[in-house]
Design a protein around this ligand. Structure first.
Ligand code: GLN
Length: 476
């Protein structure tokens, strides 16, 4: 079936006219519609997709230098703006918001002839870990629907894993591309901060937010990343001056750091076994394993939640019911209108982060919370810099558990603490990728995380690719 194939294979078929973009879209869309009741991966489908596929076929028929993703169906997380297509952030606040412009990443995809198939479900404003905090309901894991697809880019990961999209864009602030990719058994890449323009990505925490890519394998996430990895003056933090082109062609001599702190008691036996198995495989391929330590790790989750919530409280101040978004009815004063709009428009998790963020920034508190977290972040960056003097990549689990069971109430503190493996690279702005490395005893996929040096995105993906080809779980 066409929907089962990787983007790399499909690009070849399309170029050789063995299938058309219209046929491919048809196959993937049918699959998406069929899976929608069980997975809930999409919030909306793009009515213009068929037209885009026809246009892609015209370009492919002309031949010549056609971009590699021309005709490939790509799903876009619903916090990334697509002009004319409802972009909700899974929030009542933006339930009817139709952006007047597209994100740079989306413009680049469309210019390359990719077909935007629809907008994917997520946690409200990307805050969460199970894609269950939004107004459209939880996203289910295609491997086992009593489990979450992960979050917050759960819809994007579930769509790719189920064949309901060939590729997908997600956003990653503290792990939201890597963790759902790990849960659903696909690859997820979060590039260095500054690699991909955030223009048109609806802000959660601006110093941490990144647009990442999800695909069936490393080659696929790289194909998609290469299209959107372009300097854009509309995002001042988007800077390509320092990126290195270096890459590895085998694991021979590649220095892999294993942080002891990320293999502790909080990690389940299944996950530990799979990740240690992956490390052994790398070693057998010639990689050199170094035991390393990241002493600051114990405070990483706290710092992440302080910084991300502080930034969220400021970013989300714009939703006042005045200019756009939800506006409460029947208010007698502007203040009441703003208060009611925010009370009714935001869900509990978003309100919690706004309250926490406002508190840590408030007078008398900011020194002991926000400033301390910012200083800690600098220390963590230095620790990583030191590690990357003697290592080419750091390996860890993506998440302490193979999955999250839906509807099983968990303590909030436990949900936040479980971000321990993904938030360190988020705080440090480093590229990180999640690749399948095994299966838990209950059949859920397990992901391996590889973290690379700052601006060494190419190098990191080359190491991940070598691992995948050497015998990691490899799809096409
Ligand atoms: N679980 C993290 C949080 O809730 C990650 C979110 C993200 O990366 N968007 O903040």
């Amino acid at each position: 079936m066409l929907y089962e194939r990787s983007a790399f294979e499909l690009a070849e078929l399309l170029r050789n006219r063995k299938c058309s973009a219209v046929e491919l879209l048809d196959s993937v869309k049918k699959r998406a519609v069929e899976l929608q009741p069980s997975l809930n991966a999409y919030i909306s489908f793009n009515d213009n997709a068929a037209k885009a596929a026809e246009e892609a076929d015209r370009r492919l028929a002309q031949g010549g230098d056609v971009p590699v993703l021309c005709g490939i169906p790509v799903a876009v997380k619903d916090n990334i703006s697509v002009k004319g297509l409802r972009t909700t952030c899974a929030s009542k606040m933006l339930e009817n918001y139709v952006p007047p412009y597209s994100a740079s990443a989306v413009e680049l995809l469309e210019a390359a002839g990719a077909v935007i198939i629809g907008k994917t479900n997520m946690d409200e404003f990307a805050m969460g870990s199970a894609s269950d905090t939004g107004i459209f309901g939880a996203v289910k894991n295609p491997v086992n629907t009593s489990y979450s697809a992960g979050g917050s880019s759960g819809g994007s990961a579930a769509a790719v894993a189920g064949g309901a999209a060939t590729l997908a864009l997600g956003s990653d602030t503290g792990g939201s591309v890597r963790q759902p990719a790990s849960f659903c058994g696909v690859a997820g890449f979060c590039p260095s901060y500054g690699a991909v323009s955030r223009y048109g990505l609806i802000a959660f925490a601006s110093s941490l937010d990144r647009i990442g890519t999800i695909g069936k394998n490393i080659r696929d996430v790289q194909l998609l990343h290469n299209i959107i990895n372009v300097t854009d003056p509309r995002d001042v933090t988007n800077n390509h001056n320092f990126f290195s082109e270096h890459s590895f062609h085998s694991l021979k001599g590649v220095r892999i750091g294993i942080p002891e702190e990320l293999f502790g008691d909080m990690v389940s036996d299944d996950v530990k076994t799979a990740v240690i198995g992956a490390v052994k495989l790398m070693e057998s391929e010639g990689a050199v394993i170094h035991d390393i330590s990241l002493p600051s790790l114990s405070s990483a989750v706290k710092a992440y939640y302080v910084i991300s919530s502080a930034e969220a409280s400021s970013n989300l101040a714009r939703y006042d019911g005045v200019r756009y978004g939800f506006r409460a009815e029947g208010c007698s004063s502007p203040m009441e209108m703003i208060r009611k709009s925010r009370t009714e428009g935001f869900g509990d998790e978003v309100k919690r982060r706004i309250l926490l963020g406002t508190f840590v920034l408030s007078e008398g508190c900011s020194d002991s919370y926000y400033k301390r977290a910012a200083l800690f972040r600098q220390r963590l960056c230095r620790e990583f810099d030191e590690i990357f003097r003697s290592c080419d990549a750091v390996v860890s689990p993506v998440y302490p558990e193979a999955g999250i069971k839906l509807g099983k109430g968990k303590r909030l503190a436990d949900i936040y603490s479980a971000d321990i493996c993904t938030v360190p690279s988020s705080l440090a702005g480093l590229p990180a990728v999640s690749i399948p490395c095994g299966t838990a005893s209950d059949g859920l996929p397990i992901g391996l995380q590889l973290i690379g040096r700052r601006y060494g995105d190419n190098e990191l993906l080359s190491i991940a690719y070598c691992y995948e080809v050497a015998g990691g779980v490899y799809h096409g």
